[in-house]
Design a protein. Structure first.
Length: 144
């Protein structure tokens, strides 16, 4: 099965102190052990770095450690789905038609990448927000 893992799931999987660590890790393991083919939106790489380096954990995750975590757990294991200029234009058109504003734009980028890659599932801890942004993918969006 082709699964796209959202940033929220990846953070949980990589941070042992995260309350949803076990749930997120279970999905990342499905990719690592070859049960599923894992994908990630290119946008999530930057988002993941930003979150990891600002999490209120002790000790804090250094920029170098965050880069290593992302390289080892994501870049080396998941297919990265990039968006083109045309894709960004389509996302903005899609959001404007639905009247969606603000930070949901970033969720839409992740979901557009999922649609572009023809994934079977999108795994996120933000299921309701994702379904609101891309209702046509609602049946593919799951929470760990």
């Amino acid at each position: 099965m082709r699964i796209l893992l959202d940033t929220s799931v990846l953070v949980a999987a990589m941070v042992e102190a995260h309350p949803a660590h076990e749930q997120g890790l279970a999905w990342l393991k499905r990719v690592s052990d070859g049960t599923d083919e894992g994908l990630v939106a290119a946008h999530s790489l930057a988002e993941l770095y930003a979150v990891l380096t600002t999490l209120p954990v002790r000790p804090p995750i250094s920029p170098l450690d965050a880069q290593r975590l992302i390289k080892h757990n994501i870049i080396e294991r998941l297919e990265i789905v990039s968006l083109s200029e045309r894709d960004y234009t389509q996302v903005i058109t899609h959001l404007a038609a639905l009247g969606i504003v603000g930070g949901a734009t970033y969720d839409a980028l992740i979901l557009h990448a999922a649609a572009k890659a023809k994934v079977d599932l999108v795994v996120t801890f933000n299921e309701k927000d994702f379904q609101r942004v891309y209702p046509n993918l609602a049946d593919k969006i799951v929470t760990p």
